[in-house]
Write a protein of this length. Sequence first.
Length: 157
Amino acid sequence: MKNIILFLLLFSVSLTFGQTKDTISSNPNYDKLLADKLGGDDYGMKSYFLVILKTGTNNTTDKELINQSFRGHLDNIHKLVKEEKLIVAGPLGENKLNYRGIFILNNIKTVEEAKKLLLSDPAIKNKLLDYDIVSWYGSAALPEYLPYSDKIWKLKP
């Protein structure tokens, strides 16, 4: 009986000092309309696909094919951004892994859908680039930077 009383006393003391409260807190700045528009979950996060572009298997020296493929690659990036399917794209620095760049795909439901989308890229289609795809859980607010990015480039690739 003394053990039960001691336990209840310690439990009530811990409640008083907040030691058993959940570590999750609510956000006073929460905007439900914005979270819903962006597809955010209760944590403000959502699923994306991270694509790591790497050197492909085509070792051609055909400059015309290479130039057309990479011009098409850049045009395709701009098209996918307009369609809200691509929100991050960019090259990587030189590395031993032959990684060339990254994409973060938005509003894509399956890996199969992502692969089909990637095959619309001429550099991938012509095997000058290859890719790895992994799912990524990140901030649903990520697409919100795009309107600002359009205001800071001086030269369009």
